[in-house]
Design a protein around this ligand. Sequence first.
Ligand SMILES: [Zn+2]
Length: 140
Amino acid sequence: MFLFLATLAFGYDIYSTWSQHPDLIVCQDSGVNNKKVLDAIDYWSNRGYKVNDIIFKKNCEEEIIQGKIVIFKDYGRVKEKEYGRTHVVWKDGHMAHATVFISKDALDSLTVIKHEIGHAFGIKHTEDIHDIMYVKVSNN
Ligand SMILES: [Zn+2]
């Protein structure tokens, strides 16, 4: 319910919401900047989108880990000219899992990491070009 209200308050369109705060698994073989991930989590937490546990996992073998947000290594999932890609699956009205891939050009980009984690919380793109969830973000 809280997530739903927060979504309305910040005016985002959503795919779905998590029924409870998901755990976040940060696969260390993804090469993502852990500090930037924590900063991105803070950013969303301040907007009502929270994770439960944050787990730094050395290697991740399976792409799909049910009920969690996973920052997985990008083995060609991110397309050319993209900085990131997030696969979300929802069923029965709630998010079932989300897998975030960050391209090698954006592993240190707070902007890109924030944007993709936004998708992992179920948030769609916005029309507002100044918003973090605009379809195009830079990797600065
Ligand atoms: Zn996007």
